[in-house]
Design a protein around this ligand. Sequence first.
Ligand SMILES: Cc1cc2nc3c(=O)[nH]c(=O)nc-3n(C[C@H](O)[C@H](O)[C@H](O)COP(=O)(O)OP(=O)(O)OC[C@H]3O[C@@H](n4cnc5c(N)ncnc54)[C@H](O)[C@@H]3O)c2cc1C
Length: 383
Amino acid sequence: MKIDVLKFAVVGGGIGGLAAAVALQQRGAQVTVLEQAPELAEVGAGLQISANGMAVLRALGVAGSPPEAAQISHGTVLRDYRRGRVISRVPPPAAGATYYYHRADLLDLLRDAALRSGVELRLNARVTHVRKHPSDAEISLRDGTRLRAECVIAADGGRSHLRPVLNGTEAPRFTHQVAWRATIPWADRTATPMATLTMGPGRHVVTYPLRDQSQMNIVAIEERSDWTEEGWKLEGDAGDLRARFADFGGVTGEILARIDKVNIWALFLRPVAQKWQNGRVALLGDAAHPTLPFMAQGACLALEDAWVLRRAFDDQSGIQRALAAYEARRRPRARAVVSAAASNARNFHLKGPARIAAQAALSLIGRRLTRSYDWIYDYDPTA
Ligand SMILES: Cc1cc2nc3c(=O)[nH]c(=O)nc-3n(C[C@H](O)[C@H](O)[C@H](O)COP(=O)(O)OP(=O)(O)OC[C@H]3O[C@@H](n4cnc5c(N)ncnc54)[C@H](O)[C@@H]3O)c2cc1C
């Protein structure tokens, strides 16, 4: 059997894998992305990319000024869930503009940048196993193909199949939170491109405008201890969503009433990986640090990883040294952001007096609270 020898193999063509492929290829590496899906497509809704993630998109040439297909954020309005009364207006972070992307648009931009820079993209390429050798790694695909690569970057998402190669088996844990995601047409309805956060008991809805405000992105998160599905991304029933959020009024109720197609993402978590690299194999993005969506930082962290990985190859000679330098720089940062997202998650799921107290605190010191997260957005991995 002929065995292809690849220089760099990136497993997974999501946001993290594509960004890493572009970053490494632009630096002179020869990169092949192995993606299990028959096409590069993202289901569901939008993404907020804050200044730390935007810095990487700009450095890769994926985002111009202003960035294509993105909508700038002017901050967040916090509303009460019953009537939609405004509780507080929280300005955007001071570090630099946050943008809203449709996931599919960002993926298209990254794919185009990858192809422009010469990355090879192999679809229908599900990796089933990676075996480490002293001078390379052997990759097995589901169709029986075997490949060898000098370096393997596993960017295969939060349920990473390759993470156990470095960390042993750790089953993802269900967080008892389920995200419902949808996009609806919303032309001429939003005066200012601001996100809306509507907090209800044990549930909340975030909406924000996409693509010149002609589309509205919706993420509703609730606790669902009755969840039994194993899947992460499933077609959901919009009627079920409406029934569960029936007491949400005002503009949020109006938006929920208009959803006809919804996608459910049950939130499973693994801890930040103990080991990010060994020999010639390294983890990147959700594979290394699955993150609750309460700080909107999962994709931003994956973008940061991609740039720091490229930097590590500038600074170190040899693959193993570069991967070790990458882990040393990324692990503390990922742990800090993941734990900030986990503690923020608790505020979103308060009930009764605790929720009312949290809303009152947000209306009084919302601006100051947001500033306490400036360390997340101020970080520029390209500086
Ligand atoms: C509800 C919700 C809202 C969010 N909102 C935000 C936000 O606003 N801002 C933000 O920054 N982040 C957000 N996130 C987090 C963000 O979506 C993820 O952190 C990000 O998509 C991770 O990218 P990734 O490339 O690491 O993994 P993924 O996007 O999961 O990509 C993994 C890729 O690997 C492929 N793959 C998997 N296994 C294999 C295999 N064995 N062989 C080959 N290919 C394989 C998959 O098909 C997929 O294409 C949100 C998450 C959720 C759940």
